[in-house]
Design a protein around this ligand. Structure first.
Ligand code: ADP
Ligand code: ZN
Ligand code: ZN
Length: 719
């Protein structure tokens, strides 16, 4: 082999299932993981060097346009993780890389210069204070004068430019080098026996190990994470904490910062600007941040001294990406721990059936916290049968009475209803026609405050219809309740009581949620009405009554995971009750009071109903007892979808997998697309992968594939 037939392989950041070859640059050897800009089609694209390869001498290769990095952007373990994730989820490697990198790096921007570590006063304090005008004066007074040296992360974003200006004027100076870490604050608690045992075991963990930390709500799991990672932080190592949604767990970030110091800890999430994200990413990669708390994509943040990974609320479906690269951040985190040979902790009060199964098989070590950390007891659950109850806006007399008593005792009530808007449907009182979204097979939701009908699947909006499209009657009425209506009913019923509605319509950002949470904690006697947003992580000390308005929703769904999710949601919401000295109670409204799942749930423990569901899955041959992949297809015309899926069925590699379908998707039409799918089942993941590897090239070659949008969803979470 001579130099002429060596090519360099590039993962070009386009959604194409192939690797592209270019001529190597004449000088310097490129390392895998470096970014390059390459000519592509009529323009140019950013790509990642995968390595050198030999190619036939007769092909003419285009030269690489520009080398963007002096070093790989991701270290080797993370390059392997991207490679693994692209292969496992059968996603184009270039697009996987694009997803793994911060937006600005993906666009080819340079890695930022290290930002100053902090600022210190360079002239006399009093003099400084006099010279600073307005905003700057305030910034300096608040930050510099009290602290002398202030770390960059402690300075509000909007003041950074002002500070840079002060540097230019010589009033303050930037501190570039890292100062040694400050002392770590001791734990304010004396750990109980179970916590202490969990911490000891985790501290002794060396090498790759997966741990399931199963602890009832309020059992002090967070305290266990914090204490388990403490020695790592003291020795200068780094920790990655993955959380489902940062807006919903601000308390974790705060607690970490309080314990370990604001400058060691940074959050990484989608509400930040691209620049902000890149800055934190680069600081983590440079080893200047010790704890990264982030959502899904944080699993790809380079951490050169990574010692442990924590996945909090590991059961949460939002760890699975629902579009583009359908990866599970939890599962990739486990793979990352394996590649980096470090321990990983999966924590939850309601572990996923997958993780429970892994713990039972001994693949994960199981840590349990069976009691609440405070003196509080777990709340008592009671089923409220709705069949003969008098309902007011969806609330039974039993629940209303309990609300009244709770409020009179000066306590707070939390009512959970997982439906935004005023009513989930509008229908014709004369003929029963339901107003559908014109683009989806779903009813439109009525939002009364905005006076709009809105589709929660595609965002389509319209006004209240003048007449029924089917029979032209004008007798249109709403059906069912959403949080907006529940709030209205409660305001009429309890006019003197403060009521907070916590959902995506009422609170658009994490700041307003944080404000609401703070207000709620200040107050006594109040009602909180909310969706999933209320279920997670928050600690409301005065809540003693939790009402689950619509328990049955999860029992009727065609998604085989719906009962698991119902169970997890109810246990998590119930866990908001009675977390401090006052005991809590939970009322579950249902039309199916004899349902075995609810009966088992009402006894209070998560485990027995979860194990019953596991047994059902085993009997049905569903995950985690089999591997499942969905081949989804959509197109504007239904026949194109059917043609493609039928052809796909024909070329399935024999004997490895079982196929069901084509089946219409649960939502047959969405945003104007007709949708259907094939269910592919194999006895295990290895066999599934073998089959998919044989199948995929065939699928891509089908002529009918050109007329549909198709995706493979390996280990799908939402059906
Ligand atoms: P979880 O993460 O399991 O919901 P947390 O770690 O948030 O639980 O703890 C719940 C509450 O109990 C918090 O207010 C926390 O400060 C407190 N707590 C945790 N551990 C202890 C302990 N050992 N003694 C007393 N209080 C504790
Ligand atoms: Zn009608
Ligand atoms: Zn729609």
């Amino acid at each position: 082999m001579n130099a002429e037939n060596t090519c360099i392989q590039i993962a070009v950041m386009v959604p194409l299932r192939r690797i592209f070859s270019y001529a190597p640059p004449p000088e310097g050897r490129l390392q895998p993981g470096m970014r390059v800009r390459v000519p592509f089609g009529k323009g140019s694209r950013v790509g990642i060097v995968l390595g050198y390869a030999s190619c036939p001498p007769d092909v003419t290769l285009k030269p690489i346009g520009q080398v963007l990095d002096a070093h790989p952007v991701l270290p080797s373990a993370l390059q392997q993780l991207v490679q693994f994730g692209a292969a496992y989820y059968h996603h184009p490697i270039g697009d996987a890389w694009a997803t793994a990198l911060p937006t600005l790096l993906r666009q080819g921007r340079p890695l930022p210069e290290p930002a100053p570590q902090g600022y210190r006063l360079s002239i006399d304090e009093a003099q400084t204070a006099q010279r600073q005008p307005g905003k700057l004066q305030q910034a300096l007074r608040e930050h510099l004068i009290t602290h002398r040296v202030v770390h960059t992360t402690a300075i509000p974003k909007e003041l950074r430019a002002t500070l840079r200006q002060a540097v230019r004027r010589g009033w303050i100076e930037a501190v570039m080098e890292d100062t040694p870490p400050t002392q770590v604050a001791p734990s304010p608690h004396c750990l109980n026996t179970e916590q202490a045992s969990a911490v000891t075991q985790l501290r002794m963990a060396r090498g790759f190990n997966a741990w399931l930390l199963e602890g009832v709500t309020g059992s002090g799991k967070t305290e266990v994470y914090l204490e388990a990672i403490r020695p790592h932080l003291e020795s200068g190592a780094q920790i990655l904490v993955l959380v489902p949604e940062i807006g919903l767990t601000p308390q974790l970030v705060e607690r970490c910062q309080m314990r370990f110091g604001a400058r060691r800890v940074a959050a990484l999430h989608s509400a930040q600007s691209d620049g902000e994200r890149l800055r934190i990413w680069a600081a983590a990669a440079a080893g200047r941040i010790q704890v990264i708390i982030g959502t899904r994509s944080a699993v790809f943040v380079p951490l050169p001294r990574l010692a442990m990974i924590v996945v909090d609320e590991e059961h949460d479906p939002s760890f699975k990406q629902q579009n583009g690269w359908h990866y599970s951040a939890r599962d990739l985190a486990i793979q990352r721990a394996r590649l980096e040979n470090i321990p990983i902790v999966l924590g939850s009060a309601t572990p996923s059936l997958e993780s429970l199964c892994n713990a039972q098989k001994g693949r994960y070590r199981h840590l349990q916290l069976r009691q609440r950390a405070t003196s509080a007891d777990l709340p008592v659950m009671t089923i409220v049968p709705l069949r003969r109850e008098n309902l007011q806006g969806g609330i039974s007399t039993t629940l209303l009475t309990a609300c009244k008593e709770t409020l009179e005792a000066g306590n707070q009530v939390l009512l959970f209803l997982n439906r935004r808007g005023y009513a989930p449907a509008v229908l014709c009182h004369d003929c029963g026609h339901v107003i559908q979204c014109p683009r989806c097979s779903a009813p439109m939701t009525w939002h009364r405050r905005q006076e709009r009908l809105r589709c929660h699947h595609c965002g389509h909006e319209s006004r209240w219809p003048q007449a029924c499209p089917a029979c032209h009657s004008t007798a249109l009425i709403t059906a069912g309740q959403g949080t907006e209506q529940l709030e209205e009913v409660l305001r009429q019923r309890f006019p003197q009581t403060p009521i907070w509605r916590i959902d995506r319509d009422a609170l658009h950002d994490r700041d307003s949620l944080a404000t609401a949470v703070a207000d709620i904690r200040q107050n006594r006697a109040a009602i909180l009405v909310g969706t999933q947003m209320l279920a997670k992580g928050h600690h409301f000390p005065a809540v003693t009554l939790v009402g689950i308005i619509n328990t049955d929703q999860g029992l009727f769904s065609a998604d085989f995971r719906a009962p698991e999710r119902l169970l997890q949601t109810v246990v998590q919401v119930a866990g908001r009750a009675g977390r401090e000295e006052r005991p809590g109670q939970v009322l579950l409204q249902t039309h199916l009071p004899e349902h075995p799942l609810l009966q088992s749930l009402a006894r209070g423990d998560y485990r027995p109903p979860a194990e019953a569901l596991l047994n059902e899955r085993r009997a049905a041959g569903l995950p985690p007892f089999a591997a499942l992949t969905l081949l989804r297809a959509e197109a504007h015309q239904r026949y194109r979808v059917d043609t493609f899926l039928s052809a796909a069925c024909q070329c399935v590699p024999p004997a490895l997998v079982e196929i069901s379908g084509p089946l219409p998707s649960l939502m047959e039409r969405r945003a104007g697309f007709e949708r259907a799918e094939l269910w592919v089942q194999a006895p295990n993941r290895t066999q599934m992968q073998k089959a998919l590897n044989l199948w995929l090239p065939q699928l891509a070659g089908l002529s009918s594939a050109r007329h549909v949008r198709w995706t493979l969803d390996v280990d799908p979470l939402l059906i």
